[in-house]
Ligand binder design. Sequence first.
Ligand SMILES: Cc1cc2nc3c(=O)[nH]c(=O)nc-3n(C[C@H](O)[C@H](O)[C@H](O)COP(=O)(O)OP(=O)(O)OC[C@H]3O[C@@H](n4cnc5c(N)ncnc54)[C@H](O)[C@@H]3O)c2cc1C
Length: 442
Amino acid sequence: MKSLWQEIEFEKRGRLYGTQVADCTVIGAGMAGLLTAYELQKRGFGVIVLEADRVCSGATANTTAKLTAQHGLKYDKLIRKHGLGVAKAYYESNTRGINKYEKLTRELNVECDFSALPAYIYGRYSLYEVEKEALAADKIGAMYRLTKDTSLPFQVKGALRFENQAQFHPLKFAQAIAKNLVIYENTPVIDIEDGKVTTMEGEVRTQYIVNTTHYPIINLPGLYFLRQHQEKSYCISLKTYRTLDGVYLGADEDRSFRSFPEGVIIGGESHRTGENRKGGCLCRLKEKAQEYYPEGEITAVWSNQDAMTHDSLPFIGRYSAFAPRMFVATGFGKWGMSLSAVASELISDLICDRKNEYERLYSPRRVKLKAAFASFAVDAGYSVKGLAEGVFSSKEKRCTHLGCRLLENKDEGVLECPCHGSQFDKTGKVRFSPAKKNIKQS
Ligand SMILES: Cc1cc2nc3c(=O)[nH]c(=O)nc-3n(C[C@H](O)[C@H](O)[C@H](O)COP(=O)(O)OP(=O)(O)OC[C@H]3O[C@@H](n4cnc5c(N)ncnc54)[C@H](O)[C@@H]3O)c2cc1C
């Protein structure tokens, strides 16, 4: 299933053979990797980007590309879990992230359908969650207002509107960022050690390593596989004469809306990876899309997934105390557009030994036992079950990451790992990390 954005053709790049040398090696050419590589190159580093597939073939190709600091019902949760200071810093850093896209779009003269507009969280049946989030918005100093006026195709009880947010075409933007970067495609990284990155047919000798593979591909050090799982959602684009004045997300229903030049994109039907064994998610979303926009003509149907951390904050920074020259950006919780820009600045500052005020906020080394415990326990349960079932599964149904049992997603015919979220297409090829090897190679 190809997303609406994948009409864009990226320039083809060669595979890496033999040995190369670089100051910094960035692994993974999604939005986080490209923006970080771009920033490091701008600061004078020699950078090589290694991509397992094609540039922007992962989550970035399948995003809905809302550029907003309104990340669902985030701020009430952050204040409760971590306190007001953390919530404020999260808002500020993501607002800076949005500004970075706006600045780059202008500076590089990128035609990427960038448009500034408001973001809304709407309450369709109740105002309870929206009002709670509005209180939190007030505390963090966001520019917001409560309104009943929306351009949604149904009535709502009310909505929380954030001003000065945006949307864009992610791949048109990424194409411009990638243009002058040294990138090797079809070059999966299979091993990482201090100073060296090994691929199928070559290696890069390097001082700094940046892991932007969406979900980290090495288990030790870091133990990221114990600290996050992946969640999937579905999207449909519809050609229609109707449009939307902003980007929308439901507070009391799992629906997302935004426009594109010819129509609207509707998202929803989220589940943990591996949990669509009976199918039906896509069908339900299609029915809803046709109910909202009966005149609409479906132009694309696709899915996407993202890494969800236990304490609702991403991991951006030094990979581990045991790997001081290795960096990571992961756990974006379905908000990796603004957070990729945050990551590009933060990781570049760390490499340059410059102070960055968000270092502690996003530090992968943080320990937030109270905020993380409940999700950790659920994930641990999935891992124990998946690993046990994997022992009795055939090789074709076992994940090449840690051996958990893979489950079919009936809507897409792909195999998904319920423990850590790796995904394999019908031929056994890895579509989403942490798995590095295709099923047939293992
Ligand atoms: C349904 C949905 C809608 C979303 N909508 C929004 C939105 O509106 N706004 C927003 O801010 N965020 C959104 N997100 C989140 C956002 O899309 C992601 O957080 C973001 O795209 C992640 O970018 P990335 O660069 O980390 O990962 P990717 O884009 O997945 O890039 C990682 C790259 O690493 C490569 N790779 C993997 N393993 C290896 C290896 N071994 N060697 C070399 N390369 C490797 C992959 O091939 C891939 O190209 C959404 C997420 C979902 C699920």
